[in-house]
Design a protein around this ligand. Structure first.
Ligand code: SF4
Length: 217
Protein backbone atom coordinates (compact mmCIF):
# COMPACT_ATOMS: atom_id res chain seq x y z
CA UNK A 1 0.00 0.00 0.00
CA UNK A 2 1.26 3.51 -0.82
CA UNK A 3 2.38 5.67 2.04
CA UNK A 4 -0.35 8.05 3.19
CA UNK A 5 0.42 11.75 2.98
CA UNK A 6 0.90 13.52 6.32
CA UNK A 7 -1.64 16.12 7.45
CA UNK A 8 -0.26 19.66 7.76
CA UNK A 9 -0.55 21.63 11.01
CA UNK A 10 -3.37 23.66 9.50
CA UNK A 11 -5.20 20.49 8.48
CA UNK A 12 -4.69 19.02 11.95
CA UNK A 13 -6.31 22.08 13.49
CA UNK A 14 -9.21 21.87 11.05
CA UNK A 15 -9.71 18.15 11.79
CA UNK A 16 -9.70 18.93 15.52
CA UNK A 17 -12.30 21.69 15.12
CA UNK A 18 -14.59 19.54 12.97
CA UNK A 19 -14.39 16.48 15.25
CA UNK A 20 -15.14 18.58 18.34
CA UNK A 21 -17.99 20.32 16.53
CA UNK A 22 -19.55 17.07 15.31
CA UNK A 23 -19.12 15.18 18.60
CA UNK A 24 -19.49 17.89 21.25
CA UNK A 25 -20.45 15.75 24.25
CA UNK A 26 -19.57 12.21 23.34
CA UNK A 27 -19.38 9.62 26.09
CA UNK A 28 -18.50 5.96 26.04
CA UNK A 29 -21.27 3.59 25.02
CA UNK A 30 -20.29 1.26 27.86
CA UNK A 31 -22.91 1.34 30.63
CA UNK A 32 -21.51 1.77 34.15
CA UNK A 33 -22.43 3.33 37.49
CA UNK A 34 -19.09 3.42 39.30
CA UNK A 35 -15.35 3.36 38.73
CA UNK A 36 -15.38 -0.37 39.56
CA UNK A 37 -17.99 -1.04 36.87
CA UNK A 38 -16.22 1.17 34.34
CA UNK A 39 -12.86 -0.53 34.84
CA UNK A 40 -14.35 -3.99 34.42
CA UNK A 41 -16.34 -2.93 31.37
CA UNK A 42 -13.24 -1.47 29.72
CA UNK A 43 -11.21 -4.62 30.47
CA UNK A 44 -13.97 -6.77 28.95
CA UNK A 45 -14.27 -4.53 25.90
CA UNK A 46 -10.80 -5.40 24.57
CA UNK A 47 -11.38 -7.25 21.27
CA UNK A 48 -15.11 -7.23 22.05
CA UNK A 49 -17.90 -4.79 21.18
CA UNK A 50 -19.36 -2.35 23.72
CA UNK A 51 -22.76 -3.75 22.82
CA UNK A 52 -21.74 -7.26 23.85
CA UNK A 53 -20.13 -5.99 27.08
CA UNK A 54 -23.35 -4.13 27.98
CA UNK A 55 -25.28 -7.39 27.61
CA UNK A 56 -22.86 -9.25 29.89
CA UNK A 57 -22.25 -6.78 32.71
CA UNK A 58 -25.67 -6.41 34.44
CA UNK A 59 -25.62 -10.04 35.66
CA UNK A 60 -21.90 -9.81 36.49
CA UNK A 61 -22.34 -6.66 38.60
CA UNK A 62 -25.43 -8.11 40.28
CA UNK A 63 -23.51 -11.16 41.45
CA UNK A 64 -20.29 -9.26 42.24
CA UNK A 65 -21.32 -5.70 43.21
CA UNK A 66 -17.90 -4.68 44.58
CA UNK A 67 -14.24 -5.76 44.48
CA UNK A 68 -14.85 -7.73 47.71
CA UNK A 69 -17.33 -10.17 46.15
CA UNK A 70 -15.30 -10.38 42.94
CA UNK A 71 -12.04 -11.06 44.78
CA UNK A 72 -13.69 -14.09 46.40
CA UNK A 73 -15.43 -15.32 43.27
CA UNK A 74 -15.17 -18.80 41.86
CA UNK A 75 -13.36 -18.41 38.53
CA UNK A 76 -15.63 -20.87 36.76
CA UNK A 77 -18.71 -18.90 37.83
CA UNK A 78 -17.14 -15.71 36.44
CA UNK A 79 -16.24 -17.48 33.19
CA UNK A 80 -19.81 -18.68 32.83
CA UNK A 81 -21.13 -15.13 33.17
CA UNK A 82 -18.73 -13.62 30.63
CA UNK A 83 -18.37 -16.56 28.24
CA UNK A 84 -19.89 -14.72 25.26
CA UNK A 85 -17.00 -12.22 25.43
CA UNK A 86 -13.82 -12.85 23.45
CA UNK A 87 -10.86 -14.14 25.52
CA UNK A 88 -13.24 -14.78 28.44
CA UNK A 89 -10.86 -17.27 30.10
CA UNK A 90 -8.09 -14.72 30.53
CA UNK A 91 -10.47 -11.88 31.25
CA UNK A 92 -12.17 -13.86 34.05
CA UNK A 93 -8.80 -14.59 35.68
CA UNK A 94 -7.67 -10.99 35.25
CA UNK A 95 -10.72 -9.30 36.75
CA UNK A 96 -10.65 -11.58 39.81
CA UNK A 97 -6.91 -10.96 40.30
CA UNK A 98 -7.46 -7.27 39.71
CA UNK A 99 -10.10 -7.19 42.49
CA UNK A 100 -7.77 -9.10 44.87
CA UNK A 101 -4.94 -6.64 44.24
CA UNK A 102 -7.19 -3.61 44.68
CA UNK A 103 -8.06 -4.97 48.13
CA UNK A 104 -4.47 -5.89 49.04
CA UNK A 105 -2.63 -2.90 47.62
CA UNK A 106 -5.16 -0.06 47.38
CA UNK A 107 -7.36 -0.45 50.46
CA UNK A 108 -10.26 -1.70 48.31
CA UNK A 109 -10.37 1.57 46.31
CA UNK A 110 -9.75 1.41 42.55
CA UNK A 111 -6.86 3.84 41.98
CA UNK A 112 -7.59 6.76 39.70
CA UNK A 113 -4.22 7.36 38.10
CA UNK A 114 -2.58 5.86 35.05
CA UNK A 115 0.45 4.35 36.79
CA UNK A 116 -1.44 2.46 39.49
CA UNK A 117 -4.16 1.34 37.12
CA UNK A 118 -1.51 -0.09 34.80
CA UNK A 119 -0.04 -2.07 37.69
CA UNK A 120 -3.27 -4.11 37.93
CA UNK A 121 -3.77 -7.43 36.09
CA UNK A 122 -5.47 -7.05 32.71
CA UNK A 123 -4.93 -3.28 32.59
CA UNK A 124 -2.62 -2.01 29.85
CA UNK A 125 -1.99 1.58 28.85
CA UNK A 126 -5.03 1.79 26.58
CA UNK A 127 -7.40 0.46 29.27
CA UNK A 128 -5.92 2.78 31.91
CA UNK A 129 -6.19 5.77 29.60
CA UNK A 130 -9.79 5.01 28.62
CA UNK A 131 -10.73 4.83 32.31
CA UNK A 132 -8.93 8.11 33.05
CA UNK A 133 -10.51 9.80 30.01
CA UNK A 134 -14.01 8.63 30.83
CA UNK A 135 -14.01 8.92 34.61
CA UNK A 136 -11.68 11.84 35.23
CA UNK A 137 -11.78 13.76 31.91
CA UNK A 138 -7.99 13.52 31.83
CA UNK A 139 -6.17 15.04 28.84
CA UNK A 140 -5.06 11.64 27.51
CA UNK A 141 -5.33 9.82 24.19
CA UNK A 142 -6.13 6.11 23.89
CA UNK A 143 -5.79 4.29 20.59
CA UNK A 144 -8.20 1.48 19.89
CA UNK A 145 -8.86 -0.07 16.49
CA UNK A 146 -11.12 2.86 15.45
CA UNK A 147 -8.75 5.64 16.51
CA UNK A 148 -5.84 3.81 14.85
CA UNK A 149 -7.67 3.46 11.52
CA UNK A 150 -9.10 7.00 11.47
CA UNK A 151 -5.83 8.67 12.39
CA UNK A 152 -3.97 6.80 9.66
CA UNK A 153 -6.58 7.50 6.99
CA UNK A 154 -6.51 11.20 7.85
CA UNK A 155 -2.72 11.38 7.75
CA UNK A 156 -2.49 12.18 11.47
CA UNK A 157 -0.16 9.26 12.12
CA UNK A 158 1.91 6.76 10.21
CA UNK A 159 3.04 4.90 13.33
CA UNK A 160 2.91 1.12 13.22
CA UNK A 161 1.72 0.49 16.80
CA UNK A 162 -1.18 1.88 18.87
CA UNK A 163 1.24 3.17 21.52
CA UNK A 164 3.32 5.09 18.95
CA UNK A 165 0.11 6.39 17.38
CA UNK A 166 -1.01 7.56 20.82
CA UNK A 167 2.27 9.45 21.24
CA UNK A 168 1.97 11.02 17.81
CA UNK A 169 -1.65 12.11 18.30
CA UNK A 170 -0.86 13.49 21.77
CA UNK A 171 2.04 15.50 20.36
CA UNK A 172 0.05 16.87 17.43
CA UNK A 173 -3.23 17.70 19.19
CA UNK A 174 -1.78 18.52 22.65
CA UNK A 175 -5.11 19.54 24.21
CA UNK A 176 -8.65 18.16 24.23
CA UNK A 177 -7.15 14.69 23.81
CA UNK A 178 -9.92 13.00 25.82
CA UNK A 179 -12.65 14.66 23.75
CA UNK A 180 -10.83 13.89 20.50
CA UNK A 181 -10.41 10.26 21.57
CA UNK A 182 -14.14 9.85 22.11
CA UNK A 183 -14.95 11.68 18.86
CA UNK A 184 -12.59 9.48 16.84
CA UNK A 185 -14.01 6.29 18.38
CA UNK A 186 -17.54 7.27 17.33
CA UNK A 187 -16.43 8.59 13.93
CA UNK A 188 -14.59 5.33 13.24
CA UNK A 189 -17.33 3.10 14.60
CA UNK A 190 -20.19 4.62 12.62
CA UNK A 191 -18.75 6.54 9.68
CA UNK A 192 -15.11 5.86 8.83
CA UNK A 193 -15.70 2.13 9.20
CA UNK A 194 -13.08 -0.49 8.42
CA UNK A 195 -15.07 -1.88 5.51
CA UNK A 196 -17.19 0.42 3.37
CA UNK A 197 -16.53 3.76 5.08
CA UNK A 198 -19.25 6.33 4.39
CA UNK A 199 -16.98 8.59 2.36
CA UNK A 200 -19.73 10.11 0.25
CA UNK A 201 -21.29 11.57 3.39
CA UNK A 202 -18.17 12.50 5.35
CA UNK A 203 -17.54 15.93 6.90
CA UNK A 204 -13.78 15.24 6.79
CA UNK A 205 -13.54 14.06 3.17
CA UNK A 206 -11.90 17.34 2.01
CA UNK A 207 -9.07 16.68 4.52
CA UNK A 208 -8.83 12.92 4.10
CA UNK A 209 -5.64 11.40 2.70
CA UNK A 210 -7.32 8.10 1.86
CA UNK A 211 -10.49 9.17 0.12
CA UNK A 212 -9.22 8.14 -3.35
CA UNK A 213 -8.90 4.58 -2.07
CA UNK A 214 -12.62 4.58 -1.40
CA UNK A 215 -13.65 6.43 -4.60
CA UNK A 216 -14.86 9.70 -3.09
CA UNK A 217 -15.50 12.43 -5.68
S1 SF4 B 1 -13.48 10.28 3.46
FE1 SF4 B 1 -13.85 8.12 3.96
S2 SF4 B 1 -11.85 7.28 4.59
FE2 SF4 B 1 -11.73 9.51 4.66
S3 SF4 B 1 -12.21 10.09 6.77
FE3 SF4 B 1 -14.12 10.19 5.62
S4 SF4 B 1 -15.09 8.18 5.85
FE4 SF4 B 1 -12.92 7.97 6.45
Amino acid sequence: MDRIEEATQQEIEEIRAILLREYPNSVTELRYKSLYQLLISVILSAQCTDERVNIITPALFKKYPTVVELANANIDDVKELIKSCSYFNNKAKNIVKMAQQVIERFNSQIPLNQKDLMSLPGVGQKTANVVMIEYAGENLMAVDTHVFRVSHRLGLSSAKSPIKTEEELSRKFKTDLHRLHKAMVLFGRYRCKALNPKCDNCFLSHLCKSRDRFKVN
